[in-house]
Ligand binder design. Structure first.
Ligand code: ATP
Ligand code: MG
Length: 297
């Protein structure tokens, strides 16, 4: 199947999550594994860098604040995702592992040994882990951002990252995120957390939830503004919202008015970091491949 080139890689990633079949043919597989506090997402690109299969499951409390707290169950969750991917590609796990290389990512500021655990999870499923990236650096690659601010609203935490020339120059992590919003809905409506979570994920409900969510989003934006003023950020580069927690109607407007500078919500915001991990791996491996061909010639 040939891709429609008017679509972005994030559109393909979204389509590949919802499709039961691979979106394109493949000779090699580049596997990005995002171990999030709420969601574990696996994105697979082919040798052309096109997302062809994606799978997502709940982290089921195996990860806390981006750190693996239940190693064995985290591996099982990633394996569950790989099984879904294999069925989309219509291959066995042995075939998958023969053609796949993987990569993982970690939140900035964690101890190198803690970051290494994310790579170990990839290796434990039986594929070589060839890349281990800081989450915002990977996310920035997915939206081609070299200079700017990324606000990653995840489940448990919100990451603030400033990039210059593709390098991370400032990062912070705050204990607020999508779960915080779900708890507010649950408390205000007197409904179980799971029911509140389902309501929050349904965009048609966002208008009625707005009065509850505006104060939470304003608080988040105020926290981000504080960080940016601390580093005398001069607002000449874009600010993007990424992460599944940002997927709330009107979030970018609230951030824009609190920060006083245009804030954009990335398309398919939940998939930005997972796609970025696979894409960074693919770019590095392609570059390496070209170097090897050049030196052999
Ligand atoms: N369709 C969806 N599926 C899963 N989560 C969703 C969906 N839509 C919105 N969300 C929200 O996305 C949030 C999690 O976002 P994301 O997957 O980016 O976080 P994470 O990477 O797991 O967490 P963190 O970055 O904090 O470690 C949750 O609060 C969840 O409610
Ligand atoms: Mg995340």
């Amino acid at each position: 199947m040939l891709p429609n080139l008017n679509k972005s890689l994030l559109d393909f990633c979204f389509d590949s999550l919802n499709s039961s079949k691979a979106l394109d043919g493949w000779k090699k597989l580049y596997v990005g594994v995002d171990l999030g506090t709420t969601n574990i997402v696996v994105v697979v690109l082919n040798e052309r860098g096109i997302p062809i299969a994606t799978s997502m499951t709940s982290s089921a409390e195996t990860i806390r604040d981006g750190v693996v707290v239940d190693y064995w169950r985290a591996i099982q969750e990633v394996k569950n995702n790989i099984q879904v991917i294999c069925s989309k590609l219509d291959i066995s796990f042995d075939e998958f592992s023969a053609f796949a290389v993987g990569a993982a990512a970690y939140p900035p500021g964690v101890h190198p040994k803690t970051a290494q655990v994310c790579a170990n999870v990839v290796e434990a499923i039986g594929i070589p882990c060839m890349g281990l990236y800081e989450e915002p650096v990977a996310a920035a690659n997915a939206i081609d951002l070299r200079d700017g601010v990324l606000v990653d609203i995840g489940g448990g935490t919100t990451g603030i990252a400033v990039l210059e020339g593709g390098e991370l120059v400032y990062s912070a992590d705050e204990p607020t995120g999508g779960t915080h919003m779900t708890l507010v809905i649950s408390g205000r409506l007197g409904i179980p957390f799971e029911e509140a979570e389902m309501m929050k994920r349904d965009r048609s409900k966002h208008r009625s939830l707005k009065p509850m969510l505006i104060p939470v989003l304003e608080k988040m934006a105020t926290i981000v503004k504080k960080h940016l003023s601390k580093i005398s950020w001069h607002f000449n580069a874009p600010i993007f919202l990424v992460g599944g927690g940002a997927d709330i109607e009107g979030a970018e407007g609230i951030f824009t008015s609190v920060i006083g500078y245009p804030v954009k919500l990335a398309k398919h915001c939940l998939l930005v970091t997972p796609l970025g991990i696979a894409l960074t791996l693919w770019r590095e491996q392609e570059k390496q491949g070209r170097k090897e061909i050049a030196s052999a010639g």
